[in-house]
Each structure stands twice: as structure tokens, then as C-alpha cells.
Design a protein around this ligand. Structure first.
Ligand SMILES: CC(C)(C)CCc1c(C(=O)O)[nH]c(=O)[nH]c1=O
Length: 312
């Protein structure tokens, strides 16, 4: 299968990318994705202005039997300069995306001003799951705040930009976020981030699995597949066609990849299952996907992308 896909100035030859946050904290991890068979792109851990150690551990738990995860990492990262050095100083095998975040709007703007002034020419992903002022929901759940940050960003940022979105659960919210995003020259949308504030309990000890936030954390893996598919589908139906979609959430096998393509995905990112299985996951997913294509006699992605069927 010819997987050639373009987003802005970047050409991808495989569908798969790591989800920001997974296998992308250090040079060593990033290089493992660069060199992974069937990987199409790499993205860096969402970077803040300064290095952060993140929350207390245990802050991540994976159930490798059920293919599910929960995390409250707290944005541990080596700081924007470390990742800028990586993308600028190394001959990178694959298109490498830069994930940006901040704990406030000013930090976001400062980080993007640094990227704008740099020689980085790839795609930038703005993580809109960052916290708002206390007492208010995360930015992407505060539609006025989302419009405000995008107004301020696009006032100066001229390099290709995508946004990482949390899941939405209400049709009116799909309508509202899409109406906002359609007002901006976005290269793409990455849907979805982890499903916020889940809770996992250890049956041996009646204790929460992770320490931060008294056990509340973002959910990933099989358990979020249906929500991820719905968000990809709803956004594809509502966004201008020039805004591409990177689908994230619930990908553990080739059929899940196929389903995201049916919903309209241009690329597919893998988070929890990459963390559980390691970078060989991309080759397994592509092999399983090719088996589905063979069974269905599919020879071109245009026969799959956005072709979800409804019940007449
Ligand atoms: C949730 C934030 C800490 C504000 C952003 C970083 C992040 C984290 C994290 O670093 O805890 N985990 C996720 O599953 N998604 C994210 O976007």
C-alpha cells in the first residue's frame, strides 16, 4: 500500500506516529521511534519553557492484559531548548513534529515565539489540554479561552500548526469546537488526548493506582477507542477539508487503525499500546492493516478514508 500522506510541508510514507508523551522524552527514546520499522513520523514530548520533573510517582499505570493505561505525569520534560536542539542539530530520518504546551497562555506564546524565530520548519502541535486558571476547565473545554489563545498565536505564528484536543462528549461541543477551529489556518487537528480524570483501583489493596490527584488521571488504550473514533468522525464531518486529522486513541490492532481511517484519519498515532509493546508495535499494526486491505481488495487509501457506512 502507498501510504504517502501530506500535511502542510511534510510528506509521510507510513501512517504511524508516537503520541506526544510516549517514547519521546529523551534523545534515546526519540531515536528509537526514528528507527522503528513502519514509523511515519516522530513527535517530541510536550515541552514547557523550562525542564520539569513532573508529578510524584507512581504516576503511570498500564494494564498490559487489558491494553489500558492511566497517567498523571504532570508534564515531565527536558524543556523546549532540549527538544529544539534535537530537531535542529540532528539529521532526522522521519518528519519530526514539535509538541508545545505551557502552564499559562504567556508560556505558550513565549514558546511559540521561540519556535517562530528558530530554523525549525516542521509541524508544531499545540497541546490545548493545558490547565486554565484554577476553578476553570482545561483550555480546550473553555471555548472562549480556546478562541483567545488561537487569536494570539495566529497573530504571529506563521509556521504550520496543529492542535491536540481532549475528547468531547456532546454533539453541541463538536459543533462549537469545530466552528472555532475552522476560523484558523490550522494544518491539522490531533484527536484525542487521554480521557480526563478516570480512576483505577488496585483490587489487592483497595488503593488508587497512581499517587497524583488522589488517583485521578488521563485514560488511554482499548477503553477509549469508541470515544476516539467518535471524535475523529465528528471532527472530520465538521472541519474544513484542508485541516487534516491525526487520530489518537484506542489503537491496539490493525482493525482499530482501519476504523480510524474509515472515520477520516489522515495519520494515526499510538500512545498506550506503544508504551506497553514498544516501537515494534508500528510494524505489527501495519502488517495487520495490510491483511485487512488484502481481504477487502483495497489497493488505495482513498477507498477507506472517510468511507464509514451508515445504516440507511
Ligand atoms: C495534562 C497536562 C499535564 C496539562 C498536559 C500533559 C499531558 C499529560 C501529562 O504530562 O500528565 N498526560 C496526558 O495524558 N496528556 C497530556 O496532555
Amino acid at each position: 500500500m502507498d501510504y504517502t500522506t501530506k500535511i502542510a510541508n511534510q510528506v509521510f510514507h507510513h501512517l504511524f506516529i508516537n503520541a506526544a508523551g510516549v517514547y519521546c522524552q529523551t534523545f534515546e527514546e526519540l531515536e528509537q521511534i526514528q528507527n522503528a520499522p513502519c514509523a511515519g513520523a516522530v513527535i517530541t514530548k510536550s515541552a514547557t519553557a523550562k525542564e520539569r520533573s513532573g508529578n510524584s510517582e507512581p504516576r503511570y499505570f498500564e494494564n498490559s492484559v487489558e491494553h489500558n493505561t492511566i497517567n498523571s505525569m504532570g508534564l515531565p520534560n527536558l524543556g523546549i531548548d532540549y527538544y529544539l536542539n534535537y530537531v535542529l542539530k540532528h539529521s532526522l530520518k522521519l518528519p519530526t513534529l514539535f509538541s508545545i504546551v505551557g502552564l499559562c497562555q504567556k508560556e505558550i506564546i513565549d514558546n511559540l515565539k521561540k519556535l517562530q524565530a528558530s530554523d525549525f520548519s516542521g509541524l508544531t502541535e499545540l497541546n490545548l489540554s493545558y490547565p486554565n486558571v484554577s476553578g476553570k476547565p482545561q483550555i480546550a473545554y473553555d471555548f472562549a479561552a480556546t478562541r483567545e489563545i488561537l487569536d494570539n498565536v495566529f497573530a504571529f505564528y506563521s509556521k504550520p500548526l496543529g492542535v491536540k484536543l481532549p475528547p468531547y462528549f456532546d454533539i453541541a461541543h463538536f459543533d462549537q469546537i469545530a466552528a472555532i477551529l475552522n476560523d484558523y489556518p490550522l494544518a491539522y487537528v490531533n484527536a484525542i488526548n487521554s480521557v480526563g480524570n478516570g480512576l483505577v483501583i488496585d483490587p489487592e489493596t483497595d488503593t488508587v493506582m497512581i499517587k497524583p490527584k488522589d488517583g485521578f488521571g488521563g485514560l488511554g488504550g482499548k477503553q477509549i477507542k469508541a470515544t476516539a473514533l467518535a471524535n475523529v468522525r465528528a471532527l472530520r464531518q465538521r472541519l474544513h477539508p484542508q485541516i487534516k486529522i491525526i487520530a489518537t486513541g484506542g489503537v491496539t490492532n490493525g482493525r482499530n487503525v482501519y476504523d480510524h481511517l474509515l472515520c477520516g484519519a489522515d495519520l494515526v498515532s499510538v500512545g498506550s499500546q506503544l508504551g506497553i509493546e514498544g516501537p515494534t508495535v508500528f510494524a505489527r499494526l501495519e502488517k495487520e492493516l495490510e491483511e485487512i486491505f488484502a481481504d477487502k481488495g483495497i489497493t488505495d487509501l482513498r477507498q477507506v478514508r472517510g468511507k464509514l457506512k451508515l445504516i440507511a
